[in-house]
Design a protein around this ligand. Structure first.
Ligand SMILES: [Zn+2]
Length: 265
């Protein structure tokens, strides 16, 4: 018998078995890649939320940072004003023989100023003379309210103001001078008091709070009058006094013309 040529089976072309193995490998690779992608997009710091910025390229979407999608809760410094109630929570300030204390006169006025500015839509912080919040305090404006000595001298009548000096920021001086000019004009108009330039003391020009607040915060200290000669105005007409201060602050905040449209009491 001739040796028969050993039969060689034809190479099995793409049997269903081999097809399923190949398919399994491909599927495995696909799922591995998908899981890897999800793990990359899900960093530990973002538990419970997908990093949208990292997925954005995958979707072909524009790049969006997660921060841009979240609401921000920063305090509204654009409406904040600080009022320092002179000597409040510290000492009595100037005193009269009958016991009248400057601190109480100042605070009575400061509360009214706060209310007027609140009604104008501002957030007003009532600050004590050495308030811990003064350190680095940021606001549109700070005004410190004081009154001068109680002496029966008819020459001691009138008000005066002094601006923060802008030691670390020239803009602070510029804005403080603007605030001062507004206060001088509106306060004189509201109260009828004249400016008393000769009694501006170093306690005013070197006022401690000027060195505590943020270098960018404009600030002015006002001595509303003398407890002696101007007592009737300061004690019996605190609304007029407060209106003059509040209108001066609003003149600055609203950038009103200083020489025209001055309100009358
Ligand atoms: Zn004082």
């Amino acid at each position: 018998m001739p040796a028969s040529r050993p039969t060689r089976s034809a190479p099995p072309a793409a049997t269903p078995e081999r097809e399923s193995v190949l398919s399994l490998i491909l599927r495995g690779l696909f799922w591995s890649a998908l899981i890897a992608l999800v793990l990359i997009s899900w960093s530990p710091g973002e538990l419970g939320s997908v990093s949208l910025s990292r997925l954005a390229w995958w979707r072909g979407a524009p790049q969006v940072t997660p921060e841009a999608l979240l609401p921000t809760f920063t305090p509204d410094l654009n409406r904040r004003v600080g009022i320092i109630s002179g000597h409040w929570k510290n000492d009595s300030g100037a005193t009269c023989p009958d016991g009248l204390e400057e601190m109480k006169v100042n605070h009575n006025i400061a509360l009214r100023v706060q209310e007027i500015l609140r009604q104008a839509g501002y957030q007003v912080d009532m600050l004590a003379e050495f308030d811990p919040r003064l350190k680095g305090y940021r606001a549109l404006a700070v005004v410190s309210i004081h009154a001068d000595v109680c002496q029966p001298d008819p020459r001691l009548t009138g008000f005066k103001t002094a601006p923060a000096k802008g030691v670390n920021d020239p803009a602070q001086l510029e804005n403080s001078l603007h605030l001062k000019r507004c206060l001088d004009a509106r306060y004189a108009a509201a109260t009828g008091l004249s400016y008393h330039p000769h009694s501006v003391s170093r306690h005013m020009t070197e006022y401690h709070a000027f060195n505590e607040i943020a270098a960018t915060t404009p600030a002015v200290i006002i001595e509303t009058g003398f407890l002696g000669s101007d007592r009737d105005l300061l004690v019996n007409h605190p609304d007029r006094v407060a209106a003059g201060i509040a209108q001066g602050i609003l003149c600055y905040l609203r950038n009103e013309p200083i020489t025209v449209g001055t309100p009358q009491p």
